[in-house]
Design a protein. Structure first.
Lengths: 184, 423
């Protein structure tokens, strides 16, 4: 994020903020989409995060931390959206399949489907821990900061999230074996 | 998908593929429209000044328009001179008056979390006892002794969708559970009578035995960002919360009186309530300078300046960097090495009376963990988070850097309770 744009936005320049938001939007959306597993909810979460960022832009003192601050806002907006979505029971129907996916081997597709199913079954906060660690590839301190939790809590949560998704996959595999008449 | 490394790679690849498959952009315009209909918060709410690049509001620019001393009439110059002399004499005695009686060191006890479980041990780490037990499901952490040493509080991060699934437990000295209530990042009052905790409603105050005493309201308009550690005023009557967006410390009386802003951040790297010294004096870090700020007048006095070449001042983790004596401060300067892309950290102690700084832990590419002082300010207990795959560990070291000792390997959070009498 260009520091000059952040400074201009900090001084109330709406166009500078729009440029920052445009530059950050794709990644923020992807973070929210991974956590929420729903495109509409992700769009709502990013909108909430960007609105909050604009309202509180003057709280940002260090331009180089603006991006991390935005990520934090979108993670927390995603938590709130998850709470609301949980009440609405939104189910997303996926109609688009990427070219890369279509060209992969059956095994790889099966693995991805397993991961997809398992990822949906773990909690948003566990998804968030996996996203900041594996997708954003933040170090532990940065990841804890983005999630807004102490370092020890992040490490513990990441361990639990990893265990949870592996357990979900193994449960699926056991169910599949049972369905095929193979002893689990 | 059985091997951890292989699984992690597959998970990473899958997340990247999923992220690429998402179709962002369609809602950008709506988001920008939503932004356009709002205004940023008033500048004064973001603090009295800013170390933001640009015209500083504190410093020479803030004095623009004020008469210089040489332009004042003779009588005013005389009065100004007398005031400066008095202020100088007052500042000499200022730090010394902050000292208060430290508890008598004796037998101590250590509580720590390791692999999601809480352990109690002697303060040397010897004879650990596992307090919690769960093979799968909840993770326990954040152990905190009550100041009087009678109770231990810890957090249970229950499996569930959101952060408000966390609950706090209180156990007595025998390990018997005396209270369980929803919340996270709870904080004992100095008199050990109350516990303030974040929860889904906001902030709640419980008795030491878990009776809900009061639900506290966040300051109006600040409900969404109470994500900071809580603290207390010394009289145990008000909860201190450091809010973000914009950063400011608020004091919320537990008798239900309206909250009030203690300060809003200006040219300050705020770390939270831990910045308060025992007498309410605030430690301020601005533009590479440590200052002590008088709680009444807001006047600051520089104690130390940044070491040349260092990037950023940071507190050492989530503990209390101020020693109980109020005369020492644990901190870390970071810097970017010439090779490698990870910042380096050290653990240093600043003597607030002399401004002298001592490096306790050699710098390394590590992040910072919790820290606790011994009551006499002679030793520190700190958690050194592991780097990469390495496990974090609890260490003890003298405040002068002497006798570093590995207390517990593999622990991620700790509290250290010194007791005046053996149990």
């Amino acid at each position: 994020m260009p520091a000059e744009l952040v400074i201009r936005a900090r001084n109330g320049d709406r166009e500078a903020f729009a440029a920052l938001a445009t530059a950050a939007y794709d990644q923020l959306f992807r973070i929210a989409r991974l956590i929420l597993r729903n495109e509409d909810a992700a769009a709502d979460a990013v909108q909430e995060a960007l609105t909050s960022a604009w309202i509180h832009i003057r709280a940002v003192r260090e331009p180089d931390k603006f991006e991390a601050w935005l990520r934090r806002l979108v993670v927390h907006a995603s938590y709130r959206e998850a709470r609301r979505s949980g009440r609405r029971r939104v189910v997303e129907l996926r109609v688009a399949i990427s070219d890369a996916r279509a060209s992969d081997t059956q095994d790889a597709t099966a693995n991805r489907d397993q991961l997809d199913d398992a990822f949906r079954r773990i909690s948003p906060k566990h998804r968030a821990a996996l996203v900041v660690h594996h997708y954003l590839e933040l170090n532990d301190a940065e990841a804890a900061s983005v999630l807004g939790v102490p370092l020890g809590t992040f490490k513990s949560r990441l361990n639990r999230a990893s265990a949870a998704i592996r357990a979900a996959i193994e449960a699926d595999e056991r169910a599949d074996r049972a369905g095929e008449g193979v002893p689990a | 998908m059985t091997k951890q490394g292989s699984f992690d790679r597959q998970l990473r690849d899958w997340l990247e593929a999923e992220a690429r498959a998402a179709v962002p952009g369609s809602a950008l315009e709506a988001a920008l429209d939503a932004v356009g209909s709002r205004r940023p918060r008033a500048r004064w709410l973001a603090g009295l000044g800013s170390n933001w690049v640009g015209t500083p509001r504190i410093g020479p620019a803030a004095l623009r328009g004020w008469p210089l001393p040489g332009e004042l009439p003779g009588s005013a110059r005389l009065v100004l001179g007398l005031l400066l002399v008095l202020a100088f004499i007052w500042s000499i005695n200022w730090v010394g008056a902050r000292l208060f009686t430290a508890p008598r060191p004796g037998i101590g006890q250590l509580a720590y979390s390791r692999d999601g479980q809480i352990y109690l041990a002697e303060w040397t780490g010897a004879e650990p006892i596992q307090l919690t037990s769960s093979s799968d499901g909840p993770a326990f952490g954040y152990p905190r002794f009550s100041p009087d040493g009678r109770y231990l509080l810890y957090e249970e991060d229950r499996p569930g969708p959101l952060d408000d699934d966390a609950v706090m437990h209180v156990v007595d000295a025998s390990g018997a559970r005396v209270a369980t209530f929803p919340g996270f990042w709870a904080s004992w009052s100095p008199d050990s009578a109350h516990i303030a905790t974040h929860d889904v409603q906001g902030i709640s105050v419980y008795s030491a035995r878990g009776a809900l005493e009061r639900s506290l309201a966040y300051p109006e308009g600040r409900e969404e960002n109470g994500d900071q550690f809580l603290g207390w005023t010394r009289d145990s009557r008000q909860v201190l919360v450091n809010l973000r967006l914009p950063q400011a410390m608020w004091s919320i009386p537990i008798d239900g009186s309206p909250p009030s802003e203690v300060w809003s951040t200006g040219p300050i790297d705020t770390i939270g309530v831990q910045q308060l010294l025992p007498d309410g004096t605030r430690l301020r870090v601005a533009r590479g300078e440590f200052s002590l700020v008088d709680p009444g007048s807001g006047a600051g006095r520089t104690v130390a300046t940044r070491t040349p070449g260092r990037l950023e001042w940071l507190p050492w983790g989530a503990g209390d960097p101020v020693s109980p004596t109020g005369t020492q401060f644990a901190y870390s300067w970071t810097w970017q090495p010439a090779t490698g892309d990870e910042p380096m950290y050290d653990l240093s102690v600043l003597d607030l009376t002399t401004g002298r700084s001592t490096v306790l832990v050699d710098p390394g590419p590590i992040s910072r963990g919790p820290l606790r002082w011994s009551p006499d300010g002679a030793q520190l207990l700190f958690v050194q988070p592991g780097h990469g795959e390495a496990a974090s560990s609890i260490w003890r070291v003298g405040a002068d850097g002497s006798d570093p000792v590995l207390v517990v390997a593999g622990a991620s959070d700790a509290d250290w309770q010194w007791l005046s009498e053996p149990r």
